[in-house]
Design a protein around this ligand. Structure first.
Ligand code: GZL
Length: 343
């Protein structure tokens, strides 16, 4: 698929396809980290009771909070089936305690490999040490942890959220030819989560250096449509002049659109909307002129996750960090790109 043609002097558009670009650190991970010998199958699992010799993979998902998450879950489940991997799946309903309980259950069931997308960055060392003691290797997907001990997990596969924030900021700085000042409100993702922390950081790196922009309000919408609408309603009530909304994901942006229209304003015109993810509904909103730009964050990592599960279980070395290539899409590209969107 050719890289999207941009109609503006956009930030350098990387090709939109989900080839696995090797991340910054290409570190072969000796199996010792997984507690197994070089060529012995890693992990303490005995196939997790599957009994048929298939690899058993325990996966603790964040929840089902957004269109992105739904697509990510579908990708994981479909890929496990295709790969002949027995998947034990849990939905933590965005609660860390549920994810920790699920990981402990996977340890008790002696699965071969554990994977999870940490709902927040902190608080994982204890349970990850329990997995290491049980000689079960752990793969981080989508979101990272802030543990100082990176031997607690074998690899991370996902996106560079700081770069996603920078791309959102670069579009805004380049799109606003006027002098300003521009009042900016932010709908943040889940408090303490890697995407919320890092998208905020990347956006501020770019927009914070341009004194035309004033951050007048920033609050979590927890990545959900309902909360995004509720918080945007409060922003509109407290601030007469809002020029820009930066939403950390499309679902909150779509919720905010409802609030903006109910307040009698035109989303995408009265208030520029910059969003991240790239779900189909966001492309439709761009085609309708209600969202101005979407920075892609690709959820379809299932096949790559299963490749990693097989490699880790076989005792092969894997990259410590594997990142996705993603693009930036503007209104001009939305109509053409819509048919290509699968989630
Ligand atoms: C990003 C992912 C975020 C999405 C949200 O990789 O963790 O969580 O941006 C989702 O839509 O809820």
């Amino acid at each position: 698929m050719s890289a999207p043609k941009s109609s503006r002097s956009q930030p350098d558009l990387s090709r939109r396809h989900f080839a696995m670009a090797l991340g910054a650190a290409l570190v072969a991970v000796p199996l010792a980290a997984c507690g197994g010998d070089k060529k012995q199958p890693s992990g303490g699992g005995n196939g997790g009771g599957g009994g048929d010799g298939a690899i058993t993979f325990g996966f603790a998902q964040v929840g089902s909070e957004s269109g992105w998450r739904t697509a990510n879950t579908t990708s994981i489940k479909d890929a496990a089936k295709k790969a002949g991997i027995t998947l034990k799946f849990s939905d933590a309903q965005q609660k860390q305690e549920n994810q920790i309980a699920a990981i402990r259950s996977f340890i008790t069931q002696k699965v071969d490999v554990i994977g999870f997308s940490p709902v927040v960055e902190s608080g994982w060392d204890t349970v990850l040490k329990e997995a290491r003691d049980a000689k079960i290797p752990v793969i981080l997907t989508d979101r990272a942890v802030d543990s100082a001990d990176d031997s607690l997990y074998v690899t991370f596969i996902g996106s560079d959220f700081v770069e996603e924030g920078r791309r959102a900021g670069k579009w805004l700085v380049e799109d606003t030819k006027e002098d300003g000042p521009f009042n900016v409100v932010v709908l943040e993702g889940t408090t303490g989560s890697a995407p919320a922390n890092d998208r905020k950081k990347g956006f501020a790196e770019i927009v914070g250096n341009d004194d035309r922009f004033r951050f007048i309000a920033s609050q979590t919408g927890d990545f959900t449509r309902a909360k995004g609408k509720e918080v945007m309603e409060s922003f509109l009530k407290s601030h007469k002049k809002i020029d820009v909304l930066f939403a950390h994901n499309d679902d909150m942006a779509i919720g905010a659109i409802q609030a903006i229209e109910e307040a009698g304003k035109k989303p995408g015109t009265d208030i520029r909307i910059v969003s991240i993810d790239g779900i189909k509904e966001a492309f439709q909103a761009m085609a309708d002129g209600k969202i101005n730009v979407v920075v892609e964050c690709n959820p379809l990592i299932g096949p790559q996750v299963m490749d990693l599960v097989k490699k880790v279980h076989a005792g092969d070395s894997v990259e410590k960090r594997v990142e996705a290539e993603e693009g930036v899409f503007t209104q001009e590209q939305a109509k053409d790109e819509l048919p290509n969107r699968t989630y």
